[in-house]
Design a protein around this ligand. Structure first.
Ligand code: CA
Ligand code: CA
Ligand code: CA
Length: 681
């Protein structure tokens, strides 16, 4: 902690405008424009008498409220309507050295660190400054400036940078690089011996898994950029600052100059990080291939207490539907991070997902370190994840007893809700590290599973996983969960993670409420979902009648489909609701669990869903969702639609006959009733 440095900086802010030049807001890029109305601070040149000073101000009805004798300045009060006129005139007055507003200063904010490019870091502190040609929205940031009043990090916190390596000699990073104590005895760094017996020879500052050597230097740039955002040295008079001013960055290179790496190398890096005590890893890479081994490595990291922060990916994709890995792995130590911009909107390229992406963080025009001692702007969820990893490092230094899942609960429960992100990420918001580090013995509960909108078959167990902590620590907190007011028995892992399950006996709306209590305050979180009846239906087989008996209850029918098979659905015998229109919705769900056909409204007259071609192999489901509090029954007939019949006919030629090769079973061909086969002749 270097709190005195901050105090000095606040002092500098007062003095800084007195630079002997006209005060112009447009030339004050690194300062918030909050000031006292009807006041100016005016500095006079040497030799200007007190009487002359009073006369200069008196022309604008200004009065001296206070004199700053040693700096030859005054605090003047003026009629607010005359302040601008007075300011412009005084700037031209040859007796006046400077004129400036009486800026508002707060003890818990507005202390810029002494890093010359700090004003570029809108994600840490956004006051609407121009960054890369964009003036953002004030306070669309993670409140790092305020958080540093509480914690600036600690060299005992290690963050693994699993990436393309790190420029370990960069002036803003060299002091932050982790040193492996097991390879740091005299001569051990280069003795060709695996002194710590971890399988890596002379791995004194991380490892290059791509090339299999002990030089994790960066020949791409990506990892160096990520490292700077997590923990470039703060307040060192050089370049930028990381979210954490003090931290140890463990360079784990597995991506080469071509920006690609292998899952195997990533897995090795993940295992290395947690075995060497990294409390956090940053993982700004991904793909769409699911790897059980990588999931196991992530679970192993969880066992070792290592938080896994992952970029959600840049494919502009809903990862609830199309997963991105590693960010979509379902493990309690994974935080998936989307990118936000300087207006608190989701960055256009960022993946999103109401259940699979947790939180957004700044990821547009992020200025950070680059190999060769330089800096540059980059965009990406790759740039957003390290903001969260850095925040985790700050929180870990503020709460030394924090577990990995505890950090997750704390960070996610500290997010600022943002309207534009409400449908993009699970928290509906953007990281706020200040809220996290200012937690004071308060309970923080996070329902890791199930996710909002979950659906479970009646009779199947619903797994429940929650994190309940005091700030980020597992001690001094009690946890409980109820499903529809019924208490659920929980098993504690000991680090803040609790598991249990509930088996709904019938289809019904379900509300899962998790609660936690600690000395500083309680926390609750709830998610809603649905238990659904489940029964099979066969294309071309018997009609199935479903009945709902309690309001909110849905019904689910499933069938096995193959790609390119054609189906149609008839709805009849409807007793749900009283209206002739729209008392019930029927939708199809794909084998991956996403909506394939959007809900079609039906009323008492029933109707058809026309022929559709199944796009995938697997188990499809038909969801019957009565609207409002309607209950009742209906009959569904799923048709197996045969291929269209083709023939040829020529103008002026002979008559042509097109006939079905066969009739589908139990399907009366009745054009007047609207046979669903759109291709029927
Ligand atoms: Ca070794
Ligand atoms: Ca050695
Ligand atoms: Ca710096």
């Amino acid at each position: 902690m270097s709190r005195p440095a901050l105090i000095v900086l606040v002092g500098l802010m007062l003095v800084a405008p007195a630079a002997g030049r006209p005060l112009d807001d447009r030339r004050e890029p690194s300062r918030e424009r909050a000031f006292v109305s009807g006041q100016l601070i005016v500095g006079f040149k040497d030799g200007v008498s007190l009487a002359q000073q009073s006369r200069a101000l008196g022309r604008y009805s200004g009065k001296v409220r206070r004199r700053f004798g040693r700096i030859d300045g005054v605090l003047a009060s003026l009629p607010p309507a005359r302040v601008q006129q007075a300011r412009r005139a005084l700037e031209r007055d040859p007796r006046v050295e400077y004129v400036e507003p009486n800026f508002l200063l707060r003890t818990d904010s507005h202390g810029d660190p002494g890093d010359p490019a700090f004003h570029n870091l809108w994600g840490l502190h956004n006051f609407g400054q121009q960054v890369a040609g964009v003036a953002g929205m004030p306070d669309a940031d993670i409140d790092a400036l305020e958080a540093w009043q509480v914690s600036q990090g600690s060299p005992s916190v290690v963050v693994g940078v699993i990436d393309s390596g790190v420029d370990v000699g960069h002036p803003d990073l060299a002091s932050q690089i982790w040193i492996n104590p097991g390879e740091n005895c005299a001569g051990c760094r280069s003795n060709g011996v695996d002194d710590d017996g971890n399988g890596y020879v002379d791995d004194w500052r991380g490892w290059d898994f791509a090339d299999g050597d002990n030089d994790p230097s960066d020949d791409n740039g990506h990892g160096t950029h990520v490292a700077g955002t997590i923990g470039a040295a703060g307040n060192n008079g050089v370049g930028i600052t990381g979210v954490a001013w003090n931290v140890r960055l463990m360079p784990l290179k597995f991506i080469g100059a071509d920006r690609t790496g292998t899952a195997a190398d990533a897995i090795s890096a993940i295992l290395y990080a947690s075995s060497k005590g990294a409390q956090v890893t940053n993982n700004s890479y991904g793909g769409d291939g699911f790897s059980e081994a990588m999931l196991d490595a992530i679970r192993s990291a969880d066992s070792a207490g290592s938080l896994f922060v992952a970029a959600a990916g840049n494919s502009f994709t809903d990862t609830d539907e199309e997963p991105n890995y590693p960010s979509s792995y379902d493990a309690p130590n994974v935080i998936s991070v989307a990118a936000s911009d300087a207006f608190d909107h989701r960055a256009w390229f960022s993946n999103y997902g109401r259940t699979s992406v947790d939180v957004a963080a700044p990821g547009m025009n992020v200025y950070s370190t680059w190999p060769g001692g330089s800096y540059r702007f980059e965009d990406g969820t790759s740039m957003a994840a390290p903001q969260v990893a850095g925040a985790a490092a700050l929180a870990r230094s503020a709460f030394p007893g924090a577990s990995d899942v505890g950090l997750k609960a704390l960070l996610l429960r500290s997010a600022d809700p943002v309207g534009a992100l409400s449908d993009a990420v699970r928290t509906g918001g953007r990281l706020n590290v200040n809220t996290a580090v200012r937690c004071a013995d308060q309970a923080r509960v996070w329902l890791d599973s199930p996710a909002p909108g979950f659906e479970v078959r009646a009779g199947d167990p619903l797994p429940i996983r929650l994190i309940a902590t005091r700030c980020a620590e597992a001690t001094g907190v009690s946890a409980h969960v109820e499903v529809n007011d019924l208490p659920i028995e929980l098993t504690a892992r000991g680090d803040g993670l609790y598991t249990g399950s509930y088996t709904p006996p019938a289809g019904a709306a379900l509300t899962v409420v998790a609660g936690a209590e600690a000395a500083g305050g309680a926390d609750t979180q709830s998610v809603s979902g649905m238990a659904v009846q489940h029964q099979p239906i066969v294309p071309g087989g018997d009609p199935v009648t479903v009945t709902t008996t309690s309001p909110g209850e849905n019904a689910l029918l499933s069938f096995t489909g193959t790609a390119s098979r054609r189906i149609a659905l008839q709805v009849s015998g409807v007793t749900v609701g009283t209206s002739t229109c729209c008392s019930m919705r029927v939708s199809f769900i794909s084998p991956s669990g996403s909506e394939w056909l959007p809900p079609v409204p039906f009323g008492r007259n029933g109707g058809f869903i026309d022929t559709r071609t199944l796009p995938w192999d697997g188990e499809y489901r038909i969801l019957v969702d009565p609207q409002g509090s309607d209950v009742g029954s209906l009959t569904l007939t799923l048709y197996d639609v045969p291929p269209d019949v083709s023939g040829s006919i020529s103008p002026g030629g002979p008559p042509a006959t097109a006939m079905r090769a066969r009739c589908p079973a139990r399907t009366p061909f009745s054009p007047s009733a609207g046979w669903p086969g759109s291709g029927s002749a």
